[in-house]
Design a protein around this ligand. Structure first.
Ligand code: MCA
Ligand code: AMP
Length: 507
């Protein structure tokens, strides 16, 4: 029975002795062993009553077991919904309520905090720890190592990835089998990934970058991954000499550059460094080339679309640019509203069309209509222009978005939490340059005239409701927010005023 994604990514590796995962201690998991565990996990999911089209939510520390569950989800035709481990219980409640998964797999330590809301949705909970132990593992262990994939079509949804919105409400992007498969193939071809490659994998597994860009391209090529549970400098430095490719957010690259042990000799086997998820400063690109002789290949993508553009593998990789549209993908620059094209070289809204573009937002047809045109173009919210040679440059966003260390933070979500404090009249959350994370979150807060500011209380309230990376790294009290004649808060003025809030380093 056809199941395009499983057939392309996983089925060819059954029984293979080729290495798939290489742990930092040298332990290797072969493709064949991995596939056996995928089958066991698939039986466990089915035993929990999951059927094709049902959602499978997962919030678990990075481990090979998480990848097995992802593979198992593809095998049984479920919709995989991975969640950032930093999300608080109240953030997770929202996703469970919205997606109504049949099964939620979480860390044993999180189970008690999440049981009530899962029960309210009729969602069963099983557990898996960072070490791969828990009630899910117990169930899967005794299962057969072979399973028959469920029949699926290219238009069936394979994954639901939540992305925050300008209103503060997260939207679930429905990604089909064809979306994921076309992007994996296009990237593998464009970056020349082969079975001989060994990727340094230090990204989280709950976002497009670490899961679909990194893992799907590895699977489709039959390559291997040096599997780090996160980007820790010492581990990365130790693993780099054996890696041939690396994918990272710009913070990975600036952190490496800050260490004198990171040299051209250390990366002598490296073929390709790839960066994305946030802008890579031209200075970083240049400093990296000066240190290693490698020009980082920058590419541009989104949760809703996977990867859209890439600098060339063969050809000039231009600092400050995200390159050209990938094969089969159309990019146009418009006025945004009516979709009329702008003059060549002018800045406008970047719109994307192709087999990579998602099917819509889960349960939000109106939002889908606002952002996905009938002619298939998705309105990205990113502003850019093409230079004389056709390279795309992203120059800004017309969406109120902060990208901190590769994670997206929507100010509205933070402002809603801050405004809930009794003494806060209003707040404005902005992103300003941060030496490590690219942008850092700053909250500018106006107290009520009669209110008594309580900053520790405000920080505690934010900590209780928001993932750590969303919490303001600075809170500034002011009497008034700057407004234009229409009464709209001028965030550009705030960004200028607090631009030096986090002192800059050289790189
Ligand atoms: C950790 N912290 C952060 C971040 N990460 N704060 C702001 N932004 C962050 N990204 C907090 C920690 O909780 C800690 O708080 C303090 O900041 C410093 O932590 P540190 O130890 O430095 O953090 P880390 O564990 O080393 O993590 C930094 C990281 C990580 C490695 C850069 O954030 C990361 O892996 N980012 C990658 C995100 C990613 O995969 N994005 C792809 C999205 P305290 O000290 O107070 O305890 S997919 C996407 O965007 C599209 C599709 C695309 O194009 O790829
Ligand atoms: P997300 O919604 O988490 O998938 O984040 C997608 C957003 O990240 C895009 O809309 C861009 O604003 C940003 N982004 C991704 N890659 C790049 C890049 N190479 N340069 C600048 N911004 C990027």
């Amino acid at each position: 029975m056809p199941n395009p994604l499983f057939d392309a990514l996983l089925a060819p590796h059954r029984g293979s002795h080729a290495p798939f995962i290489i742990h930092p201690d040298g332990q290797v998991v072969s493709y064949g062993e991995f596939l056996n565990n995928v089958a066991r996990a698939a039986h466990a999911l089915s035993a929990c009553g999951l059927k094709p089209g049902d959602r499978l939510a997962l919030q678990a520390e990075k481990s090979v077991s998480v990848l097995e569950i992802y593979g198992a989800s593809l095998l049984i035709g479920a919709i995989f919904l991975p969640l950032n481990t930093a999300y608080t219980d109240s953030e997770v409640d929202y996703f469970l309520d919205d997606a109504k998964p049949g099964l939620f797999i979480c860390d044993p330590e999180r189970q008690s905090g999440l049981s009530a809301s899962a029960a309210g949705q009729g969602t069963r909970i099983l557990t898996i720890s960072a070490m791969g132990r828990g009630s899910f593992t117990d169930l899967a262990t005794g299962m057969p190592a072979k399973a028959t994939p469920a029949e699926r079509g290219g238009d069936d949804i394979a994954a639901l990835l939540y992305t925050s919105g300008t209103t503060g409400r997260s939207k679930g992007a429905m990604l089909t089998q064809d979306n994921l498969l076309s992007n994996a193939r296009v990237l593998q071809g464009s970056w020349d990934i082969t079975a001989g490659d060994r990727l340094l994998h230090a990204l989280p597994l709950y976002h497009t970058h670490g899961l679909f860009v990194a893992v799907n391209t590895t699977l489709v090529a039959g390559a291997s991954m040096i599997f780090l549970t996160g980007f820790k400098l010492e581990l990365a430095l130790a693993a780099l000499p054996e890696a041939t490719t690396m994918m990272g957010v710009p913070t990975f690259y600036t952190r490496l550059l800050e260490d004198d042990r990171f040299t051209a000799d250390l990366v002598r086997k490296m073929r390709l460094f790839i960066s994305g998820s946030a802008p890579l400063l031209a200075e970083t690109h240049k400093a990296f080339e000066a240190r290693t002789g490698h020009r980082i290949l920058e590419r541009y993508g989104m949760t809703e679309t996977g990867m859209n553009t890439s600098n060339p593998y063969d050809g000039e990789r231009r600092a400050g640019s995200v390159g050209f549209p990938l094969p089969e993908i159309d990019i146009r620059i418009t006025d945004g509203d009516g979709g009329t094209g702008v003059e060549p070289g002018q800045v406008g809204m970047i719109e994307v069309r192709g087999p990579n573009v998602f099917k819509g937002y889960w349960g939000m047809p109106e939002k889908t209509r606002e952002e996905l045109r009938e002619n298939g173009y998705f309105i990205t919210g990113d502003l850019g222009h093409r230079d004389a040679d056709g390279y795309l440059h992203i120059v800004g966003r017309n969406k109120d978005l902060i990208i901190s260390g590769g994670y997206n933070v929507y100010p509205k979500e933070i402002e809603l939490v801050l405004d809930d404090a009794g003494w806060v009249k209003e707040s404005a959350v902005i992103g300003v340059p941060h030496p490590d994370f690219g942008e850092g979150v700053v909250a500018v807060v106006v107290p009520m005239p009669e209110g008594t500011p309580d900053l520790p209380g405000l920080k505690a309230a934010a900590a209780g409701r928001l993932a750590k990376y969303k919490q303001p790294k600075a809170i500034i009290l002011v009497d008034d927010l700057p407004r234009n004649t229409m009464g709209k808060v001028q965030k550009n003025v705030l960004r200028d005023t607090y631009a030096d809030q986090f002192a800059q380093k050289a790189i």
